[in-house]
Design a protein around this ligand. Structure first.
Ligand code: SF4
Length: 472
């Protein structure tokens, strides 16, 4: 993925009954940092007493030894967040904790509710007070207002009213709850760490703390974990699964296993299929780091062309940096990626990326390769043309800013000044997942949405606070 490309909105983590719960949550969030870099938070429960610490920034910036020590208790949930397009609000950082007549409840959410704005408008008119503009707060209001007696029934009642994508972890004095929408858009999985239960967005979080993967939380399942053990409830009508295929293409860490698939293996296969569909004579295959790395390896393996790291990523660049007064051309991209001239010079290069969103960064990358002496630049994309925004938990520009929604492949090729441009086909993408290929959402490539959103402006809380968008 290019700098400033599509962004996963969140990662969640939960641990039940562990003497070092806050520290384990901290480590779990550390492993999930790629799913959100703008805020992080942990809520813990010590008997009936709750503790919460949230802050803006990376996990390592938000927490230190003292804050971890202050998060007492043996149950914890945590969250990392990338704020949706627009303002970065502390009030939207998670976990969000409320005190209501049902007790204290903390929630961490990955996904996006497509009918949240409508529910919020209704609640607003009835006098509900919201602290931020995230869709997650809506769930808490629905739980607090539910007439159901138990927390489990109130959560179920609330989730019956929302539509869209959610992988949720709740912490209450009744126990920890994990829930996943009936479509299974976002991943959520379960593991054991000794006698403790652990829940996380990706299996890589289990690896870091030494937990053993048990299973995925099923689409439509609500799990209650308490001192009586684990209870599984399936209160929703079955739906056709819609796992986000972009988790496999780009968002998830390559060392994770998502929707039953090792992410790294899928990316290699995407690259192989790309090479089969768009072969070109060349001297070297170069990935756009980090998202294009495994696809480029697959491309190289299939085509027999040598693979090498011709673009080096600076891993220490934060979200903002100070640009010099006398502008440097393409500074934003250059500060993050730099070509290896000795490798590129005089070569015909296959440049492999996971996606093209706006295409402005692709244009700069091609120019960088040419300036480094590339004789030819053949741009290859390990996913199909991205033609439609995501409403299920990924931050995307509006349709008018998506290159492939407005221009033909050849027009994009001409704009980015590549010698050739090749996108993987939808068939080639689905072939890479092999098993359960009908269980994936492909809406951003087809424009056909499995869960409707009646009106974009009205129904996307994410759009309430539009601010300056990244250049992509
Ligand atoms: S629209 Fe695209 S990014 Fe969004 S859930 Fe579907 S596959 Fe994933």
């Amino acid at each position: 993925m290019q700098p400033g490309g599509l962004k996963e909105k969140c990662g969640v983590f939960g641990i039940y009954r562990h003497e070092d719960a806050a520290n384990m949550a901290y480590l779990g969030l550390y492993a999930l940092q790629h799913r959100g870099q703008e805020s992080a938070g942990i809520a813990t429960c010590e008997g009936n007493k709750f503790h919460l610490h949230r802050g803006m920034g990376l996990v390592a910036d938000v927490f230190d030894e003292d804050t971890i020590l202050s998060l007492k208790g043996d149950c914890a949930i945590g969250h990392v967040r990338y704020s949706t397009s627009g303002s970065v609000l502390f009030a939207n950082s998670q976990p969000i904790k409320i005190i209501c007549h049902k007790g204290e409840i903390a929630i961490a959410h990955n996904g996006n509710l497509v009918n949240a704005a409508r529910i919020r408008n209704r609640l607003d008119k009835k006098g509900s007070i919201f602290l931020g503009n995230s869709d997650t707060e809506v769930i808490l209001h629905l739980i607090a207002r539910s007439e159901q007696k138990t927390i489990l029934d109130a959560i179920t009642d609330a989730l019956h009213q929302v539509e869209g994508a959610y992988s949720l972890v709740f912490l209450t004095s009744d126990g920890m709850f994990a829930a996943r929408d009936p479509y299974g858009f976002r991943p959520l999985m379960l593991a054991r760490l000794g006698d403790s239960w652990v829940v996380a967005s990706e299996s890589t979080a289990f690896d870091l703390i030494g937990a053993t993967f048990e299973r995925s939380v099923r689409p439509g399942e609500i799990i209650k974990i308490s001192d009586s053990g684990l209870e599984s409830h399936m209160p929703f009508p079955a739906r056709k699964f819609q796992h986000c295929i972009f988790e496999l293409i780009y968002f998830a860490r390559p060392d994770s296993r998502i929707f039953g698939h090792p992410v790294r293996d899928v990316r290699i296969k995407l690259g192989k299929n790309l090479a089969k569909e768009h072969h070109n004579d060349a001297d070297i295959v170069v990935p756009v780091p980090d998202g294009g790395v495994f696809a480029a390896m697959g491309y190289s393996e299939e085509s027999g062309l040598p693979f090498d790291f011709g673009l080096i990523r600076n891993h220490y660049v934060g979200r903002t940096f100070i640009e010099p007064q006398g502008k440097i051309r393409h500074f934003g991209v250059k500060v993050k990626l730099n070509p290896v001239r000795s490798l590129i010079e005089g070569k015909r290069v296959i440049l492999v990326d996971d996606s093209i969103v706006r295409s402005t960064t692709s244009k700069k990358l091609v120019e960088m390769m040419r300036n480094a002496g590339a004789k030819e630049v053949h741009y290859r994309v390990s996913s199909p043309p991205y033609i439609s925004p995501c409403y299920y938990g990924i931050d995307t520009p509006t349709k008018e800013n998506l290159a492939a929604a407005n221009y033909t492949v050849d027009e994009i090729r001409e704009y980015i000044n590549a010698d050739t441009l090749g996108y993987l086909s939808i068939e080639g993408m689905l072939d890479a997942v092999q098993r359960n290929r009908d269980d994936f959402c492909t809406s951003c490539f087809t424009g056909k949405y499995p869960v409707e959103f009646p009106d974009e402006e009205e129904n996307q809380l994410a759009l309430f606070s539009k601010g300056e968008e990244d250049e992509r």
